[in-house]
Design a protein around this ligand. Sequence first.
Ligand code: ADP
Ligand code: MG
Length: 693
Amino acid sequence: MEEDIKELLKMDVQKVKGVGQARAKQLHKLGIYSVEDIITYYPRDYEDRSRLKKIGELVDGESCTFEGIIASKVTEHRFRKGLTMYKVLIKDETGAITATWFNQHYIGKVLKPGERYIFFGKISGKYRNLEVQNPVYEKLEDGIAKNVLKIVPVYPSTADLSQNTIRGVISNALDLVDGRLTEFLPEKILREYRLSEINYSVRQIHFPRSDEDFKNARYRLVFEELFILQLCLLSVKKAFENNNKGIEFSKVPEMEDFIKSLPFKLTDAQRKVFEEIERDMESSNVMNRLVQGDVGSGKTVVAAMALFKAVRNGYQGALMVPTAILAEQHYQLISSLMEPFGINTALLTGNQTKNQKNEILEGIRSGKIDILIGTHALIEDNVEFMKLGLVITDEQHRFGVRQRALLSKKGEAPDVIVMTATPIPRTLALILYGDLDISIIDQLPPGRKPVKTYAVDESMRERVNGFIRKEVSEGRQVYIVCPLVEESSEIEAKSAVQHAKDIAEKDFRDLKVGLLHGKMKSKEKEEVMKKFVEGEIDILVSTTVIEVGVNVPNASIMVVENAERFGLAQLHQLRGRVGRGKHQSYCILYSDGKTQVCRERMKIMQKTNDGFVISEKDLELRGPGEFFGTRQHGIPELKIANLYKDIDILKKAQEAALKLISEDRDLEKEENYGLKLKMMEILNEKLYNITMN
Ligand code: ADP
Ligand code: MG
């Protein structure tokens, strides 16, 4: 029997009653292929149609269920071509209500005077003028209703599949597997966390008998999903720790000299995080550490210190960043720090000449170059290190787990650091980067003044321009960020190209205006950036290419045009480009966005400079789906859990997973067998992306 159900779940969705080829095709569009897919296609919402009311009790504006007798013939009212309304009167002993439908030509054939139906729909009007538009109607058969008198699920759907159809298919699928799903959560966990049994949960999540049944079912399924995800992450991490003896770096006597040579004193947070890194580097396990720190917290020098340690141990180090501009900047800084110690640093980007490139590749192969900094060019096949011992990726969110792994493979179990400024709520970092240890630089260098932020509209433009002129006259520089590269007729957004032209010709004719966008050649981009760094450009108009990492401490104003088109996290990153030096800095957000979410975003930006607070809010305003965007983080999409709302369950699931692993490391006990199978299935199918080898 058990085998049967397993096979059944894997079978084509056409196995379900009522699903033929055509319907299967429609279901494919929703990502449903197998019987299992259909029963785990969870509702996005529910309609409570369970409470039957008398017509006399119906309330204006509410969606209600009521029973009545058809008290008139269906009448037809033609408004214009293609728009016909059908009308009928419904009565019970307490009152009457008019129901209307549009373009449902068969209504007159179905609803016959004298027949009794149950209806569900949104009520409008009062007393003698009660009305309901497009109500659901159903005749009881043997006292049983399908779509009324119950809590009805609402599914995410496409136009060609009606809710009724999906409901029917799911109901049939549930009947097919009825009561036969095997429980794979261990008895102990079910009891300890008071989780409902699987068959009950799956049925009740689709067709809950009551609110309470729904809550029980959801709790179990959310727990299950997060619990298994945690177990998978833990096992990936474990596999990594087991199989890979890492390099045992030793203490470097010159470390303190190197730190002293830095142009500033390290913050306590930087020291603390570097200590964590050192401990990892000196241990025999492979380091896998995420260094998180808000924009401007000083991650780069921490990376430099780790690189220094690796090189002094006789290894090479690599630092990979998402853009050529950033690579260039890191190269400038790091090579200047390394040079006095006789350490060779090289830069590798996509836009070097063949000769330059070959020389660098040769230097890496022979070991003449100690530290290589660059873009994706680093993971190309022709890059071969002599002895790679440390791999760092900066702005991790721009890279996939895959790319990180590719770089690691260029050495023999090198230590790995990933750095990111995309603040992720702490609890979420745990789940997203469950395969990594986490260090947080939770402090900014001293003397930083919070960036003053103002949300403004067009009416303020003159004043803002005056302010920009004043700052520039005092020697400061300005960024202006626009959402699009070129003017598009569809969306009215400031384009960088046009805007740069406009202001250079009008508002800021006397100032030096530069332009930077993603469609420019890398060489051009570098030249512009260089000019900005050297102060030859006063105002840099750009797209979001400057979003990550770029460091120009003299810039004191960040203007964002059409700020409503950016997410909160992105605005925070952009704002992080200023306030990096000793000057008071400002962020001006132009927005005409009138939506609630937009106003809310602007309010948050004005209120706080704390990246973590902002990321929490971002998640709340956008919902986790959008927050994670693609699957770049390497975790599968969640079917039911909501990482924002279900944090409490997440914590419990995490606790349970850790405990289970500590008791039965490889899930070898019989009671955990079902769970192990489930995990293997997920690891094989869905999480392949997260394994780091
Ligand atoms: P991020 O964490 O955003 O990558 P950076 O490493 O670019 O930050 O550092 C931001 C700025 O802060 C740089 O100008 C850097 O020189 C400076 N900085 C870093 N650490 C310190 C420190 N301990 N004291 C003063 N300034 C620092
Ligand atoms: Mg940085």
